[in-house]
Design a protein around this ligand. Structure first.
Ligand code: KG4
Ligand code: ZN
Length: 415
C-alpha cells in the first residue's frame, strides 16, 4: 500500500510518499520520497509563527512539493489524455470532444468549490496538478489537528482536492499520534537515512508511555496498544518548546529558540555566574507540567543580572540553567510516570525531543529508576514536524473518512 501524506499543521510544509508491506502491527516501510520545507526564516522576523502567513506559504508550497515528491518517487506522469479536448471540434469525434470538455468543466467547478478558501492554491493547482495523471498511490493522509487551524485547512483542502481529482480515499491523522510514531521507526542500518531505505515499525512491549514535547504540546500519554491513548499528564500553561522559544526571545535570540538555547547552554565561558531557577511542579503528585512560571523566573533573573552584566555575558549561564530546569522536570515526571504505571516501554517524540541533554538524561534516569524498561526516542531527523510521521498512523491505526466529513481541529486531543 502506498500512502501520500501531507503535513501543514504549523510552519513546515511537508509531503511524503511511503510504501507499506506486511502486517499492520509491524509493517516494513519504504520511504519513496520525503520533502520538508520550513518557513522558519519567514516567521523569525516576528518571533513566532504568524497563522495567516503560514497559511499563504502552505498554499504556495504544496503544489511544487507535490510535483517534486511524485518525481522523486517515480510516480510523476503528465497526462496525455483527459486533460482537455485535444481533438479539433470539426473532428468526426465531435461528440466525444464535447463530453470531455464538459467533464473537464465539471471537474474544475468542483475543484473551485473544494479550494474556494485557498485562492492561491487553486490557481497553481489548475495549472500544474490538473494536467498530471493520477499517480499509483492507494490513499492520501493528512494532518487534521492539533495545530493552527488556517494552516491545517490548507493541507486538508489540498488532500480533498487530490482525493477528488485522483479518486483516492483520504485518511485524517492526529498530528500528536504522528509524533508518537516518529519514535517507532527501526532503521535497517546503523546509520539512519530517511529516504530510499527500508525500515520497520518497532514491535512495542506494553504498557507504554510517550512523552510528547513540541512547540504547542507537552503531554504524557499512556497506551496498551497503538491507536488507543490516554493523556495522564499535560502542561497547564506553556508547552516545553514554547518556553524555549520565549526564553530565547527574552535573551534577544532568534526563532525557534530550542536549538539556539541548547547550543548556547553548551558554552562554558561564564562559569562565574551562578543562577538558580525553579523546577515548577517537580514535586507535585500528578503528571502535569507548568512552564510559564519558569519563563517568568528567567525574566526577573535577567532584570536583576542586567544591572551588573551586559546581556551577552550572562546569556549562556541563563540558557544553561533554564535548559537544566526544563529537562529536570521533564525527566523526573516521565520517570515517575513510568514507575507508577509499571510500563515496559517509554518513547519520546516532538520537536523538543531533539534536545541532546533531554535524550541523555531521560535515558540515564530510566536505566537507573526503571531498569529493563525500553526507551525509544524519535530520530532527531524526524523529531520536528514532517509528513513521514503522518503516513505511519495512517497505515497502522487510522481510517479513511468521507472527505466532506473531514474538518480541521486546532485543539484535537489524543483521547
Ligand atoms: O514538533 P515541533 O517541530 O512543532 C510543533 O508541533 O510544535 O516542535 C517545535 C518546537 C519549537 O518550540 C522548538 O524550539 C523546539 O521544538 N525545539 C527544541 C529543540 N529543537 C526544536 N527545543 C529544545 N531543544 C532542541 N534541540
Ligand atoms: Zn509537532
Amino acid at each position: 500500500m502506498k500512502i501520500l501524506s501531507i503535513e501543514t499543521s504549523c510552519d513546515e510544509t511537508s509531503i511524503a510518499i511511503v510504501e507499506f508491506k506486511g502486517a499492520k502491527t509491524n509493517p516494513a516501510i519504504e520511504v519513496k520520497s520525503h520533502i520538508i520545507t520550513s518557513q522558519e526564516k519567514l516567521h523569525a522576523k516576528f518571533g513566532g509563527v504568524v497563522p495567516n502567513l503560514a497559511k499563504r506559504e502552505h498554499q504556495l508550497n504544496l503544489p511544487p512539493i507535490l510535483l517534486q515528491s511524485l518525481k522523486e518517487a517515480k510516480l510523476y506522469n503528465v497526462k496525455l489524455k483527459n486533460c482537455g479536448p485535444r481533438m479539433t471540434p470539426w473532428s468526426h469525434r465531435r461528440g466525444q470532444v464535447l463530453r470531455e470538455k464538459s467533464e473537464l468543466q465539471l471537474k474544475i467547478q468542483n475543484l473551485e468549490k473544494i479550494l474556494e478558501r485557498e485562492p492561491e492554491l487553486l490557481k497553481i493547482f489548475k495549472k500544474y496538478i490538473l494536467p498530471i495523471n493520477p499517480p499509483k498511490i492507494d490513499a492520501i493522509a493528512v494532518t487534521r489537528g492539533p495545530g493552527l487551524e488556517p494552516a491545517l485547512w490548507v493541507g486538508i483542502n489540498f488532500a480533498k482536492a487530490l482525493g477528488y481529482l485522483w479518486k483516492k480515499p483520504v485518511i485524517p491523522v492526529n498530528h500528536m499520534e504522528g509524533h508518537i510514531f516518529s519514535a517507532l521507526i527501526e532503521p535497517k542500518k546503523s546509520k539512519f537515512e530517511v529516504r530510499g531505505t527500508k525500515h520497520r515499525i518497532i514491535n512495542l512491549k506494553y504498557p507504554a508511555i510517550a512523552l510528547l514535547v513540541s512547540g504547542g504540546h507537552t503531554e504524557l500519554v499512556y497506551f496498551k496498544k497503538l491507536g488507543k491513548y490516554k493523556i495522564i499528564g499535560e502542561t497547564l500553561d506553556d508547552a516545553a518548546g514554547e518556553s524555549f522559544d520565549k526564553v530565547a526571545r527574552l535573551l534577544g535570540l532568534g526563532y525557534p529558540g530550542g536549538p539556539i538555547i541548547s547550543r548556547l547552554a553548551d558554552k562554558r565561558s561564564d562559569e562565574k555566574i551562578k543562577i538558580v531557577l525553579p523546577r515548577p511542579m517537580i514535586h507535585s503528585k500528578n503528571f502535569d507540567f507548568s512552564f510559564s512560571g519558569l519563563k517568568t523566573a528567567v525574566l526577573y533573573k535577567l532584570e536583576e543580572l542586567k544591572k551588573n552584566y551586559p546581556l551577552k555575558e550572562i546569556r549562556s549561564a541563563v540558557a544553561r540553567e533554564f535548559e537544566n530546569a526544563a529537562v529536570e522536570v521533564l525527566v523526573k515526571k516521565t520517570t515517575r510516570a513510568a514507575f507508577a504505571y509499571k510500563v515496559k516501554t517509554v518513547i519520546m517524540g516532538g520537536g523538543v525531543s531533539a534536545n541532546k541533554k533531554l535524550r541523555k538524561e531521560l535515558k540515564n534516569a530510566l536505566e537507573k529508576e526503571t531498569p529493563g524498561v525500553n526507551f525509544f526516542a524519535s530520530n532527531s531527523k524526524l523529531s520536528g514536524d514532517n509528513a513521514l510521521i503522518i503516513s505511519l498512523p495512517a497505515f497502522v491505526t487510522c481510517k479513511k473518512i468521507p472527505p466532506d466529513k473531514i474538518t480541521a481541529d486546532g485543539n484535537l486531543r489524543l483521547t
